[in-house]
Design a protein around this ligand. Structure first.
Ligand code: AMP
Length: 384
């Protein structure tokens, strides 16, 4: 068990702690992010200090915000340009889909600033992109081929870049973009912050990173497949309004007597615990609105098995380390895929069998997909 003080510290981890400014915090609040993901916690402080970074992380870990937030902070505090603004940040992405996603993320996170972001990619007519660029922009997200095309035609200058991101470098290499990248790199100023992300590491990746990064900080989110392999996972498709009734049935029929049930909200945790108690299942909720005393009491009760079901939000569950947990139940699916892996990692410890049961409503299927992509497995679906 983590000590109480660690537990309290972990409870307090929030975006405020990462020293982000009010416009950015406000945007995160509007989007509904409450807690940084591990890659964000590890990357944001060093990036805010201006260091180069080598990040090993897959999609689904929250890596886009990990680099976008500090970049937005920097650009937003740099002096405003009087005339047409030069492009100050370049993000290279291997595919059009990823480039579009990154662009949307930058726009979301910088919505309370005056920063302008544009995305360019191949396979479409360039006129609209050229028009958008002509207004003067701060952040450019691009796929390598189209970027080179537009540079060669004189529509883009990279001379004033202060921040450069190469995202999904391994995929870039797989897709044969190395020559394009090698043509782009010399056009960038020497003095800038460089960020390099790759889901996998190989000698070629290290070599490419070596040509781009200067004394980088290394961050890596734990490979996620290991726990996912030991734990027996399943998904039930249950609509939102039927989930509580379903959960009661599940706990009774499967005779589950020691499980954590994860909900997305504090209110949800309270409601689920209350309903379970109504039918004689001993449950307690644990979340950030409860006092330290209440949380410890619930936790001790759970450990001594006076309480069978602990209903928790993700933040509240962080310091919890319980032996012999037989089940983790995802009452709601987390939006960040990596959170799923952290949740289910609480069972199946030390080679013991554990079961992770997920209740998925129609709205949540998109999150389920990104989890399956992250763990590179299809989670068996159980029909009702
Ligand atoms: P990425 O790995 O950057 O593709 O992010 C995966 C998903 O997680 C995206 O849908 C993001 O909007 C979401 N996300 C990123 N960071 C957070 C956070 N701190 N809290 C909640 N959702 C997040």
């Amino acid at each position: 068990m983590t000590s109480s003080s660690d537990y309290i510290l972990q409870q307090l981890m929030s975006f405020e702690k990462l020293h982000l400014s009010a416009p950015v915090l406000e945007a995160l609040n509007q989007i509904g992010y409450t807690t940084p993901t591990p890659i964000q916690e590890q990357s944001i402080p060093s990036l805010l200090e201006g260091k180069d970074l080598f990040g090993c992380a897959q999609t689904g870990t929250g890596k886009t915000a990990a680099f976008a937030l500090p970049i937005i902070e920097h650009l937003n505090t740099q002096e405003e340009y009087k005339g047409k603004r030069p492009i100050r940040c370049l993000v290279l992405a291997p595919t059009r889909e990823l480039a579009i996603q990154i662009n949307e993320s930058f726009r979301d996170y910088s919505k309370n600033t005056k920063l302008r972001t544009v995305v360019v990619f191949g396979g479409v007519n360039q006129n609209k992109q050229v028009n958008q660029l002509s207004a003067g922009i701060d952040i450019l997200i691009a796929t390598p081929g189209r970027l080179l095309d537009l540079m060669n035609q004189g529509f883009i200058s990279l001379a004033k870049i202060t921040h450069f991101v190469l995202d999904e470098a391994d995929r870039m290499l797989d897709m044969g973009f190395i020559h394009d990248i090698k043509r782009i790199l010399p056009k960038l100023p020497k003095n800038k912050q460089n960020i390099f992300f790759s889901a996998t590491i190989s000698p070629t990746i290290m070599q490419l990173a070596g040509t781009i990064l200067y004394d980088p900080v290394n961050v890596r989110v734990t490979p996620v497949s290991s726990t996912a392999e030991i734990v027996q996972q399943s998904v039930y498709f249950v609509e939102k309004e039927e989930k509580r009734a379903f959960l009661k049935e599940l706990i009774k029929t499967e005779q589950i007597d020691h499980a954590i049930v994860f909900t997305r909200t504090k209110h949800g945790a309270d409601r689920v615990a209350k309903e379970l108690n109504k039918v004689g299942i001993k449950a307690e909720s644990i979340h950030g609105d409860k006092s330290q005393n209440q949380r410890e009491r619930a936790l001790n009760g759970f450990k001594s098995r006076n309480i069978n079901i602990l209903v928790a939000t993700d933040i509240a569950s962080r310091g919890i380390d319980v032996e012999d947990l037989s089940h983790v139940i995802n009452f709601e699916i987390p939006e960040v895929a990596e959170t799923y892996v952290h949740r289910i990692g609480r069972t199946g410890r030390a080679g013991k069998d554990g079961k992770a049961i997920t209740l998925c409503s129609k709205d949540e299927k998109v999150y389920l997909k990104s989890i399956e992509k992250l763990i590179d497995q299809t989670i068996p679906k159980v029909s009702l």
